[in-house]
Structures are given as C-alpha cells and as structure tokens.
Design a protein around this ligand. Structure first.
Ligand code: FES
Ligand SMILES: [Fe+2]
Length: 346
C-alpha cells in the first residue's frame, strides 16, 4: 500500500499531485538545531538470507554509497562503493572472488581488509591502495555496519540472542518513515501516546464511529515505563491487554531494549509463547528512515508471530492514516507518519 500522501491532505487531487507532494517534502523546513542526521551506531544494510555466497548488493544509506558482498567463507563484508582506482561502482557489476571483491572496470581486487591484492598484468599489487571497509556483523537476520562520524571503531558489540538458535523467522514488515532518526526512538519513549493513538481495536473501527459499541468491541490498553541503561542502551517494560467490557484478555508483557539509535529488541511474553521483534532503523536521507521489524518465535508459537506480522503492518498503516505525528518539537521539522507498508508473507 502506498502511503506517501500521509500528511499532505492539503494538496489537492490532480495529475501533478505526486510531484507537488515531493516538492513539499523537499522544501520542509528543517530548523536550525536538528541533531546529526547520521548518529554513531550500528545500522542494518540488508537481510542476511538475501545475500548468498558470491552475492553483491548496492546500498545507499547513512550518507554513503556502499557495496555489501558475501565471500566464499560465508562472511558478509561492506566496502565503499567507489573504486579507489578510477571510481567505478563495485556494487554494479563487481564480482566476488574468494573473499575479495573485484572491480568491474579494470579488475583490481580488494581483499578481506580492503587492501588492493591484485591488479591484472602487474606482478605486485600497488602498496598503500585500499578501499574503506566498514565493520560488519550479522545479527537478528540482518547485516549491520558500524557508522561513526569520526571513523572510530565500534563502541559496542551487538550481542547475539541465544534463543534465535532455536527460534524460526516468521516474517518482516518494512516502512519508509519521513522523519529524523531521533524521532523514531523518541516516539517509542513517548509512552503517553500509546493509549491515545494505539487504543482503538484493530479488529474493527466501528467502536470509534459508534461509541455505544466501543465496550463491546473492546480496545487495547497499554502501560509502560522507561529506564536508562549504560551509554548506548535504554529499556522499557510494556504491558498490553485487550479490554472487552471489564475483562482483560490477551495479556502480553514486553521487555524493550533500545540499543543505540538504530536497533531495538522487543521480547514479548504472550499467553501462547514468546516472540522476538527486532527493529532496525536505517537513515536513507537526513529525514527519511527505513524501519524494519523482523519477527522470531518458537515453532509452537509461529501462528501468533505470523499474525503479529500482519496486524503490526495494519496497525502502523492505520495509525499512519490517522496521522500520528512522529515528533514535532520546537526547532524540529515535523516528521510525519508512514509512507510505505511493504509487509511480506511469512
Ligand atoms: S576503476 Fe576499479 S579497477 Fe579501475
Ligand atoms: Fe505509535
């Protein structure tokens, strides 16, 4: 479903409406005190299962043009897209040779640490020629790279989730959000909006239209509290109930951990078993984010996890259509809603 019109209801229908919306987005006032659009941290640049051995992927994100590839040793690596020789794009026609990436233009090869290891027709590769290699790790089904504005090494490692050795992947939702990256975790920390925006039933909107039906149809009830962790983490405990009349059904406890600016893990304990939702937020532009939710669960709980994939996509879409604003503080631009719901089948 295309949701690019969210927040631009004031632009009248017409053949050039899409162009006018694009122009309105481009001219949005950014304010003079916005935080860095690309903060330091780990950012997801692809899905692990989609990058096979020998595969090459072009990624444009975090203000960078990148080439992500998987060597014969099975390790995913990420280098700058542009070759230090004459600037060809390694991600467009580049080949994986062993664990090296080979440029399509003159076939220079760059090894595991980014150094040039061979040049056709030359006995010794030129010394001191290399391509920037980005710290890369695979966690929660995604490939993450470390971005640091001052090129420092990673300040933390992403720990593995032991449960994922046994749990299965149940699907993902992807949303393109028109907002500064800081607004995404701030929206999560804004616990007051949960009951204001996410209370109406996903089952039916009749309760909103006809207040007499509201108690019969029921609504979602949330409570949450945040605590700050170490330098790069914060955690939230969240509870959800579905309330019909005076009955509280479907109680779910959620332990949320924000890990740096671009990663959140939500461990849910539902009546029928646990689910992990791993969220990644990757800045595609200063005020454009790709938000992906990947769901995992034990086998016995797969149907609920699959339902969560679908209902979460629906909830974000509905909320987007209702016009939930993601952040609108003074001096900040007004990030707005969801522009694409790209949920995939389980
Ligand atoms: S541009 Fe890459 S090898 Fe020449
Ligand atoms: Fe929300």
């Amino acid at each position: 479903m295309e949701l690019t019109e969210i927040g631009f209801d004031h632009i009248p229908t017409g053949p050039d409406r899409d162009r006018r919306i694009s122009r309105a987005q481009a001219t949005r006032r950014m304010g003079s005190k916005i935080p860095p659009p690309y903060p330091n941290g780990w950012f997801a640049v692809g899905e692990s299962r989609e990058l096979k051995i020998g595969g090459v992927s072009a990624v444009d994100a975090i203000g960078q043009n990148l080439c992500v590839y998987r060597g014969e040793d099975g390790i995913a690596r990420c280098v700058d897209a542009y070759c230090p020789h004459l600037g060809a794009n390694l991600a467009v026609g580049g080949n994986v040779c062993g664990n090296c990436i080979e440029c399509p233009f003159h076939k220079w090869r760059f090894g595991e640490n980014g150094a040039c290891v061979s040049v056709p027709g030359v006995e010794n590769a030129p010394k001191g020629v290399s391509i920037k290699q980005w710290p890369t790790v695979e966690r929660d089904g995604a490939i993450w790279i470390w971005y640091d504005a001052e090129n420092r090494p990673p300040m933390w490692n992403i720990e593995e989730v032991p449960e994922l050795e046994h749990w299965g992947y149940r699907g993902r939702n992807e949303f393109i959000v028109s907002a500064h990256i800081q607004e995404i975790p701030e929206n999560g920390a804004d616990v007051a909006h949960l009951n204001a925006v996410h209370s109406p039933s996903l089952v039916s909107s009749l309760g909103e239209k006809y207040p007499l039906l509201y108690d019969l149809i029921g609504c979602h009830v949330w409570s949450a509290s945040w605590t700050k962790g170490d330098d790069h983490t914060a955690s939230m405990t969240l509870t959800h109930d579905y309330k019909i009349m005076k009955c509280h059904l479907c109680h779910i406890d959620v332990k949320v951990t924000q890990i740096g600016p671009g990663h959140v893990r939500l461990f849910m304990q539902s009546p029928v078993g646990p689910i992990l939702v791993s969220q990644s937020v990757t800045p595609l532009a200063p005020s454009l984010q790709r938000v992906v939710h990947r769901m995992y669960s034990p086998t016995h709980n797969a149907p609920l996890a699959a339902l969560l994939v679908k209902s979460e996509g629906a909830m974000v879409s509905i909320v987007g259509l209702r016009g939930e604003r993601i952040g609108a503080g003074p001096g900040r631009h007004r990030g707005l809603g969801v522009s694409r719901d790209d949920s995939r089948p389980v």
